[in-house]
Ligand binder design. Structure first.
Ligand SMILES: [Zn+2]
Length: 273
């Protein structure tokens, strides 16, 4: 096995382990349960149904779910798809980050950024809200990124563009929240977009925002259409035109496409000047 293959594999394993931690965090965050407890009732992970303390064999990211066929070893109740899905996505993100920025400091930084974004997606899907602590942490990372990119060429024209990208891209979302009192667009979404603008820069950030609106509209219409199908049984979540749909997952999907697939509709715009 070549060194590069081993490194990619390690990035995948590290991502899956962090994904497993994010799963635990998503069930404990803001619930009063201690997150980093190693003993006591908050310490070990337990089955949600029977409360049996889980052992090493139950806690291997992705593989435990596959080998146990998605059921608890003790009570046989179904384990949520959230577990393997988040672990797999975290592993994929870690590999994508490694392939785009293999240097250890850059990799560590962007891994932290993407794991924070992944946690925001999970939390927003579960609770349709973005925790402020996550927004503030992400904004701090974005500001560190802006400062670090200034090293060597302080206050260059690209530096000023980069600084303006955050507020400029967050402004339309902020206006939507302001006009609707937070109903059309959550306040947390503009806070998230501020950081995404800083992290992606103006042109990639704008592409990401457009992709977010398009994919959001597509999925929203898809859900509405699905609910009108005759064979569609009543699902637990019904939706209409005014339903609150979490938007952070779409903003972050757009950012992932812009960053990892290099979708940038506007990069050629500089050629016009
Ligand atoms: Zn159980």
């Amino acid at each position: 096995m070549s060194i590069s293959f081993l490194l990619v594999l390690s990035a995948a394993v590290l991502g899956a382990i962090i994904g497993s931690f994010l799963n635990a965090l998503s069930f404990r965050f803001n619930t009063g349960r201690r997150i980093l407890a190693l003993s006591g009732k908050d310490g070990r992970s337990r089955c949600m149904s029977c409360g049996h303390t889980l052992e090493a064999l139950d806690l291997v990211p992705i593989f435990s779910f596959i080998f146990l066929r998605g059921r608890c070893r003790w009570c046989g109740s179904r384990i949520s798809w959230q577990y393997p899905l988040v672990e797999a996505v975290a592993a994929l993100l870690s590999v994508l980050v490694f392939l785009s920025v293999p240097g250890p400091i850059s990799y560590g930084f962007w891994l932290l950024v993407w794991m924070t974004l992944l946690f925001i997606v999970i939390y927003d899907l579960k609770h349709t809200i973005i925790p402020w602590s996550c927004s503030i942490f992400l904004a701090a990372l974005a500001i560190i990124f802006l400062l670090a990119s200034q090293v060597g060429h302080p206050m260059s024209i690209f530096g000023i563009w980069g600084l303006l990208a955050g507020p400029a891209l967050a402004a339309p979302l902020f206006l939507l929240s302001l006009v609707s009192g937070g109903r059309w667009m959550g306040w947390g979404d503009s806070a998230l977009e501020l950081s995404l603008g800083w992290l992606l820069g103006f042109t990639a950030g704008l592409s990401a925002l457009l992709l977010a609106f398009w994919s959001g509209a597509l999925i929203g219409l898809g859900i509405l259409f699905y609910q009108r199908l005759p064979w569609h049984k009543k699902v637990s979540v019904t939706m209409n035109m005014r339903s609150e749909m979490p938007f952070a997952p779409f903003l972050i999907l757009g950012a992932a496409l812009a960053l990892f697939c290099h979708v940038d509709f506007f990069s050629q715009i500089y050629l016009l000047f």
